[in-house]
Ligand binder design. Structure first.
Ligand SMILES: Nc1ncnc2c1ncn2[C@@H]1O[C@H](COP(=O)(O)O)[C@@H](OP(=O)(O)O)[C@H]1O
Ligand SMILES: [Mg+2]
Length: 277
C-alpha cells in the first residue's frame, strides 16, 4: 500500500487543489444541463454531475497515490478504509447546485488513522478554494492551472463579545440545532450551503456553525481540517474532535459545532446522538 510517510502535508494539499480545480471545471460545465436528478435513500439528491466529478477525482487520486482507498459519496459502500484513505464529496450541496445558488463545493480529505492530515474545499461557482496540510490557505480559483493559485494564509478571528455570526444550512435545519444556537448571542444568521461554512469561519468571516441533523464524514472531514489548521476547531458533544473512518455506522457523523474561537466551546451544549455515541 502506498504510504505518505515523509511527504509534506502542504504539498499533498496542493496536489488535492489541482484535482479539485479539475473537478470544479466539470461541475461548472454541467450547471445548466441537469436532466437526471435522482433522490437517494437518505432523501438527498444526486445528479450526473456528482458522478462525473467523482469519477474524475477517483481517477486522479489513483494516478497520484495508487492503491490508497477512496471513500466517496456516490460509491462509499464498495470501499474499505485503511491506515490512510481519502474521503471525497465530489459535489457537496447538490441541492444548491440544482437550484443555481452557486453554493456548492468539492471536498477531498486524506485521513491518517482517524483524523484528516491534508484537505481541499473548492467552491467552483464562487471562485474560491481553501487547502490545509500543516497550514490553512485560501486562493481565488484560477481560470487555468497555468495561471496559478495565489495562496494567502487563512486565519480565524477572535469571537466578538456579542453579535456573533452564525452559519446555518439553507436546506437542513432542525430544532436541536436551534436550541444549541439559542444560548449564544447571535447577531447575524447567514444561510450557507456545503462545506463552505467551515471555510468562512477559517477565513475569519463567521464565528460558529452548529449541526445536530445528519451529515456524512465526507461533508465534514476536509472543512474540519482547514478550520482546525486555521486556528479553530470542530467538536462533538463533550468537546472532543470528530474522528473519521466509521464504516460500521455508515460514515455518519453525530452532532458537532465548528467554531473559530475556542472560548465558544464552553458555552455550547450539544446533544449526544445515540447512533454515534
Ligand atoms: N437525511 C440525511 N442523511 C444524511 N446526510 C444528509 C441528510 N440530509 C442532509 N445531509 C447531508 O447534508 C449535506 C448538505 O449540507 P448543507 O445543508 O449544509 O448544504 C448533504 O451533502 P450533499 O449535498 O453532498 O449530499 C448531505 O450529505
Ligand atoms: Mg455532501
Amino acid at each position: 500500500m502506498m504510504r505518505f510517510d515523509g511527504q509534506n502535508p502542504d504539498e499533498i494539499a496542493l496536489k488535492l487543489a489541482h484535482i479539485a480545480w479539475e473537478a470544479g471545471r466539470i461541475l461548472r460545465g454541467m450547471e445548466s444541463a441537469i436532466v437526471d436528478k435522482r433522490i437517494k435513500d437518505d432523501g438527498t439528491p444526486t445528479t450526473a454531475a456528482d458522478l462525473a466529478a467523482e469519477h474524475l477525482i477517483i481517477q486522479r487520486l489513483d494516478e497520484a497515490w495508487r492503491g490508497v482507498p477512496v471513500v466517496a459519496e456516490e460509491t462509499s459502500s464498495s470501499t474499505q478504509t485503511d491506515d490512510y484513505f481519502f474521503l471525497v464529496d465530489p459535489l457537496d450541496g447538490t441541492g444548491d447546485f440544482i437550484h443555481g445558488t452557486g453554493e456548492y463545493s468539492v471536498n477531498i480529505a486524506l485521513i491518517h488513522g482517524n483524523r484528516p492530515m491534508a484537505a481541499v474545499v473548492a467552491a467552483p461557482a464562487m471562485g474560491s478554494v481553501w487547502i490545509a496540510g500543516d497550514t490553512a490557505r485560501k486562493s481565488p480559483l484560477p481560470n487555468g492551472l497555468e495561471t496559478g493559485f495565489d495562496w494567502r494564509e487563512a486565519r480565524v478571528r477572535p469571537a466578538p463579545e456579542k453579535d456573533l455570526v452564525a452559519l446555518v444550512s439553507r436546506r437542513h435545519g432542525d430544532m436541536a440545532t436551534e436550541t444549541c444556537l439559542s444560548v449564544l448571542s447571535i447577531g447575524t444568521r447567514r444561510m450557507t450551503s456545503s462545506a463552505l461554512k467551515f471555510c468562512l469561519i477559517a477565513s475569519g468571516e463567521a464565528d460558529v456553525y452548529v449541526r445536530c441533523g445528519p451529515t456524512m464524514e465526507w461533508d465534514t472531514a476536509a472543512g474540519d481540517h482547514i478550520l482546525t489548521c486555521a486556528g479553530g476547531s470542530v467538536v462533538g458533544p463533550g468537546g472532543a474532535p470528530l474522528t473519521y473512518g466509521h464504516e460500521g455506522r455508515g460514515y455518519r457523523n453525530g452532532p458537532f459545532a465548528a467554531i473559530g474561537d475556542a472560548a465558544l466551546a464552553t458555552r455550547l451544549d450539544l446533544p449526544v446522538s445515540a447512533s454515534v455515541a
